[in-house]
Design a protein around this ligand. Sequence first.
Ligand code: PLP
Length: 389
Amino acid sequence: MSKRKSLHTAVAHDEHDQRHYGAVTVPVYANTLFTFENYEEMDRDEPGIKYSYSRGDNPTVNALEQRLAELEGGAKARCFASGMGAISAAVLSLVRTGEHIVCVDQAYGPAREFMGRYLERFGIATTFVDGTELGAIEDAVRENTSLLYLESPTSLFFQLQDVQACAALARKRGLRTVIDNTWATPCFQQPLALGIDLVVHSLTKYIGGHSDALGGVVIGSAELVDAVSGSEHALLGAVMQPQAAATLLRGLRTLPLRMERHQASAGIIARHLESLRCVDRVHYPGLTSHPQHELAQRQLSGFSSVLSFEAGTDIARLKRFADGLRLFRIGFSWGGYESLVSIQTGRRTPASEPVPVARLYVGLEDPEDLVRDLDAALRQAGFDLGGGT
Ligand SMILES: *Cc1c(COP(=O)(O)O)cnc(C)c1O
């Protein structure tokens, strides 16, 4: 409770900053470079950041970084042009040729492909494991494993890893840990406090919140984030634009407020779907029927609004359902004001058969309108809702 309250204040309150003439919003420093009066000024040793070129540090981007570090409880943060920019930088900073990664099987597709396929050419191997089984993670650790990569919950079946237990295991075996915290946001999950080394986010989703800016961030200790800044950020150059930083800062102002609404609406929709005869399973950690609900309650302080459900095995029928929706629009991504649907196939475990799944992102619309939209589209696609409806 008190944590939630402090989040609302943390996003709304800025220190009065003399450098910006008391401006109430952080100005967009669109400039690529900073010039100096003379060489004495350029060579002078001063405490804090010396701005010289915006691919390195930029005041607007730095303001977002400070705010994100504070929200996650990290010492430092580094922003990137996209979530994948942040993920690839975090992973690259922690692995060397000849080493090995253990990654949860259900991790975000492009992240999985980066570790599984792309890094192979540099002599880095990755083993994908069922993240719900701590034993499976432990069994996959080899002599040369240097990184455990987590994403909890995952974003198709919403499976959790026991983050604290994973962090403890990693520490015992001398591995570094990275977690993708995009689904939960810093409002609902604080992985650094659970012992994780680096947290990554796609800022493109809930944090931006309006589907109008791409961004990513790496957050952690000063030592690890400085290492990322000095190598992957500076050398690969996937840096955030100041304009994007200003847009993302604006989105961040309402993050805790939006997350409360998302959580309430998603709960209504998840429980409604579960009550329908045609729905086989709803995948949402906030439901008591979720197989890891107890862990979810312990590890998360709230539940966001991306969820999925299974209803038969006929993917064409699920696509007709998606076509019939009026308020949910067909599209990937999430985190904006607008509700979305995507029909995907996935395996619940590495060994199981792929099944069709409807993934929903519950936006900021009235949840009762969204329920009516779902019911009408299901009925129109020939699904049996039961209950005399
Ligand atoms: C979207 C997403 C990413 C990638 O972020 P981009 O900003 O699109 O590069 C990573 N992880 C998760 C869970 C995502 O949903």
